[in-house]
Design a protein. Sequence first.
Length: 204
Amino acid sequence: MDLLIKLGLLLLGAKATFAVVPSLAKQDLSNPSDYNLFSTKKYYHLYQMPAANSPCADTAPEAKAITLVGLETNCYNVPFCNGILTENGPYRVKFVLLKNNALVQETRWSEKISLLTGKSPSTIDTWPGGRSAGMIVIVVILSVLLAFLLAFLIAALATGSKDVCWCRTLHNEEVLEFDFDEYNIPPYRQHCIYLTHSKSISGK
């Protein structure tokens, strides 16, 4: 029979005996433990697969380096089920190498792994968009000031203020008028300039 790799997953919970390093006999690691007995045994074997399916990284560049736990939702009477974890943990994991249900090799237990608690979408408060109370107060104050500014601008335009847009309006009565008939300005007469060439006179 080919070598089999099994992943033993242990639930530590609040037991003091598992606080430092869990203690399981080789017989417990060698005999398959069903996922449905996890609540009583506090451990179970996750996968059973040929060792050739998980080659070492130096012999296979694309070796599988990540094992996802808790992918299967229906584990009723299913051996070696990758069922969901119903508690936050903490957990410890290790790999064991078996042949004919005899332990050949095993890794050390991992460090404690705690899971994050998810929230139900119905319990998440989505109003007012996750903004803090201080941000809401600042937005309200700025909105009120903007409303006053717009009201002042509209009132200034309605009353005909000349300085509302920081410019002055030039009215027709302020234009400087100049009457050329009151002044006797002689007409301008064009002058022609003639250019001549003079011959040089020699002293002969």
